[in-house]
Design a protein around this ligand. Structure first.
Ligand SMILES: N[C@@H](CCC(=O)N[C@@H](CS)C(=O)NCC(=O)O)C(=O)O
Length: 341
């Protein structure tokens, strides 16, 4: 799955050229439990930051598939400290289920003295408190396929077998040029490196737009994993990638096709209701001090446009295929008003 660039540890924010390395903990939670981690309702806890695009994929998948009951959720503070992701949004600064203050405690339980970065998304085994996986490329694919027995009635097939080759191909291009491309532009420390990454972002987005002008979703006529992965970058585009990461050839709101596509998904239950623009902006602008030394968080952009009509229904498509949209957000998991349009 990975093309060789994977993990964004703290070093990613330093002076060296930006390089992702692979996720370290790549055990899989599967229906047959072959890695020792069988799918079981209530056994695992998904730890995310709503700021993080990689973790946000899992937030969307979990909602679309109706896994909220089976896989509980911990939301970390968008601002890490020197011990990384922490649960300061919870009473007493402790995750109420795992009883820990920092996600690193679950990493330590899994591997003493683990030298790598602590990253989200992470799935933790609740009974033992041990980290199971931080493999963000695999987590959502497994939610879509291995967790099927626990999906809600009417859950969509986000990774349909017949279209996997096509979905994989689109996701690889989107990952390289867009999902990770914005990071390569934003953390570039040389002009040429920045220009190549930034040009790559917009080249790929234009290619995708040419396709999305004619069809409602990236692959077939229903929402798939490929749409989730493009959405999590697009939804951050004007808020952080355009300014902070200097991907500023145009704003998403200036691109009729992609802006309508992103709004369509945002307004689909399970997408926009997971997005916290306050967490997104504070994380990027305050944590990446190499890029933004003052830590000042901009007031804009105006978010009201996210809720305006998109008219993408005119292209046809069946968002959930033979399934249905998910119900309302679980009580206690709503995004606070300050993070919403
Ligand atoms: N590094 C992760 C990918 C996800 C990722 O990069 N997450 C970021 C947040 S967007 C993270 O947690 N970085 C570690 C840090 O900022 O301390 C992995 O390889 O599994």
């Amino acid at each position: 799955m990975s093309d060789g660039d994977g993990e964004a540890g703290n070093s990613a924010y330093g002076r060296k050229a930006f390089k992702r390395s692979r996720s370290h903990f790549a055990d899989r939670i599967t229906a047959d439990g072959r890695d020792g981690w069988p799918v079981e309702p209530g056994r695992y806890r998904l730890v995310v930051s709503r700021a993080c695009p990689w973790a946000s994929r899992a937030l969307v998948s979990r909602r679309l598939l109706g896994l909220e009951e089976a896989l509980s959720l911990a939301v970390a503070d968008p601002i890490q400290d020197d011990r990384s992701w922490r649960f300061t949004l919870d009473p007493d600064g402790r995750d109420p289920v795992l009883g820990i203050r920092w996600l690193s405690e679950a990493y330590d339980k899994r591997e003493t003295g683990y030298p790598g970065g602590v990253s989200v998304p992470a799935i933790v085994d609740v009974p033992s408190g041990r980290l199971v996986t931080n493999d963000y490329q695999q987590i959502t694919l497994d939610l879509a396929t291995e967790w099927r027995a626990l999906h809600r009635a009417g859950a969509p097939d986000l990774y349909p077998e017949a279209r996997r080759a096509e979905i994989d191909e689109v996701m690889a291009e989107v990952y390289r040029d867009v999902n990770n491309g914005v990071y390569r532009a934003g953390f570039a420390t040389g002009q040429e490196e920045y220009e190549a990454a930034c040009a790559g972002v917009f080249r790929r987005l234009e290619l995708l737009a040419a396709q999305l002008e004619r069809q409602r979703y990236l692959v077939g006529d229903t929402i798939t994993e490929a749409d989730i992965r493009l959405f999590t970058t697009l939804v951050r585009f004007d808020a952080v990638y355009h300014g902070h990461f200097k991907c500023n050839r145009w704003k998403l709101t200036e691109h009729p096709v992609l802006w309508a596509y992103a709004r369509d998904l945002f307004q689909t239950p399970g997408f926009g209701d997971t997005v916290d623009f306050d967490h997104i902006k504070r994380h990027y602008y305050q944590v990446h001090t190499g890029v933004n030394p003052t830590g000042i968080v901009p007031l804009g952009p105006d978010l009201a446009g996210w809720l305006t009509p998109h008219h993408r229904e005119d292209l046809g498509g069946r968002p959930f295929g033979d399934g249905t949209p998910p119900g309302p957000v679980r009580p206690g998991e709503e995004v606070p008003a300050r993070g919403r349009p």
